[in-house]
Design a protein around this ligand. Structure first.
Ligand code: ZN
Length: 173
């Protein structure tokens, strides 16, 4: 799949690996729906208000097939950059509430959130727990399989960008 950001998650509540894809590449995801169905991936969507009716239908179909549709912000803001000049309340008002509202308006109930650009603060993590069951961070470091068990036991959600190095590790497994 082209133009996709792929993450592996260590899910604390149900230990295991999960694939997720970010942004608004609905058409590309739909073209690869057979693979996504197999993976039961989480699709974190941003700029939900900009999606066409056709894309919304595709997203619905992917959800019915078993993919989770998560929230990836209303305007794909870099949280840490934004918070340099705004409050957390302003971030919630601009980036989170409208995103949830537009998703609900179209019949989607987001339970998971992934930070655009992976930038976050502990205070924001705390605040977002009021809105989402799962918050996916992004650690731009390769997965270290020797500490996988430790990661799972920590019951924390870890997100790892799949880069060439990680692909190689996965292929060797
Ligand atoms: Zn993104």
């Amino acid at each position: 799949m082209r133009n996709l950001i792929i993450f592996l998650l260590f899910l604390g509540c149900a230990p295991g690996l999960k694939l997720s894809f970010d942004d608004d590449h609905i058409d590309n995801w739909y073209e690869n729906r057979e693979l996504l169905e197999e993976w039961k991936a989480t699709l974190y969507v941003t700029r939900f208000d900009c999606l066409t009716v056709e894309q919304l239908c595709k997203l619905r179909e992917l959800e019915i097939q078993g993919c989770e549709i998560g929230c990836h912000g209303f305007r794909h803001l870099n949280a840490v950059e934004y918070l340099k000049t705004h409050t957390i309340d302003e971030y919630i008002l601009v980036e989170i509430i409208p995103a949830i509202q537009i998703m609900k308006l179209h019949g989607f109930e987001p339970e998971s959130f992934a930070y655009p650009f992976g930038t976050r603060t502990p205070e924001l993590d705390e605040m977002l727990k009021k809105y989402f069951k799962h918050i996916r961070p992004t650690d731009d470091v390769p997965i270290d399989f020797s500490t996988l068990e430790e990661c799972l036991k920590s019951k924390k959600l870890h997100g790892h960008l799949i880069n060439e190095k990680v692909k190689k590790i996965l292929e060797e497994k």
